[in-house]
Design a protein around this ligand. Structure first.
Ligand code: AMP
Length: 214
């Protein structure tokens, strides 16, 4: 199963991907996570990416395409994968089309998470992640049992540096301007499923499964 999950920042892509990994036994490929790992490990890619990410801007397409090419060619992708946060621009979508053609692969579904902007700001300001295992929480509707501690591994929770109001606004502008056109790109391939992502995590999960299986 090869899936692509697309939507605004805070649209629930990460949360639903974690569930899809287990359901389909395929890896999640989050370009944001790979970039954050590079920043943490102070690699040259991380140092370059940080300049853009801290401002809520997109990392240049050429860097992202190199990163994805390497990742899709690793063995754990043989049975499929979930692309999360990629492609985010038309050149990236075209680059992916070419890459898939070269690899003789096709995407099965493109899942579009539909959420209004006012909900995004509220969600992102309350988002927390575990430093150790990456588990996501939301202080409004999916809070940890103990403040700042992960329920799964007891790791410390943190707020992403780009989840502050100014950077969120910029990321939303970038989404509308550069990423939304990518949805039209896939609509011509007739594999796009729109998911209303304003409900509960469980309700959205069910909706995704119903759309993918039926
Ligand atoms: P995310 O974790 O998906 O919200 O991504 C966090 C940040 O990483 C974004 O705001 C961008 O600066 C950068 N980023 C992640 N994926 C991409 C991508 N496909 N293209 C360009 N920049 C990206």
């Amino acid at each position: 199963m090869r899936l692509l999950i697309i939507g605004p920042p805070g649209g629930g892509k990460g949360t639903q991907s974690k569930f899809l990994i287990e359901y389909f036994k395929i890896p999640q490929i989050s370009t944001g996570d790979i970039l954050r790992d590079n920043i943490k490990n102070q690699t040259p890619l991380g140092e370059e990416a940080k300049k853009f990410m801290n401002k809520g801007e997109l990392v240049p397409d050429s860097l992202i395409m190199n990163m994805i090419k390497k990742r899709l060619n690793t063995d754990d992708c043989n049975n499929g994968y979930i692309l999360d946060g990629f492609p985010r621009t038309i050149p990236q979508a075209q680059g992916l089309d070419k890459l898939l053609k070269d690899m003789k692969q096709k995407l099965n579904h493109v899942i579009v998470m539909d959420v209004p902007d006012n909900l995004i700001i509220e969600r992102l300001s309350n988002r927390r992640s575990c430093k150790s295992c990456g588990q996501l929480y939301n202080l409004l509707f999916d809070a940890p049992s103990v403040i700042n501690k992960c329920d799964k591994c007891n790791g410390e929770l943190y707020q992403r540096t780009d989840d502050n109001p100014d950077t969120i606004q910029q990321r939303l502008l970038v989404y509308h301007d550069q990423t939304k056109p990518v949805i039209n790109h896939y609509e011509t391939q007739k594999i796009t499923k729109f998911i209303n992502s304003t409900g509960t995590i469980e309700g959205i999960k069910e909706d995704i499964i119903n759309n993918i299986i039926n």
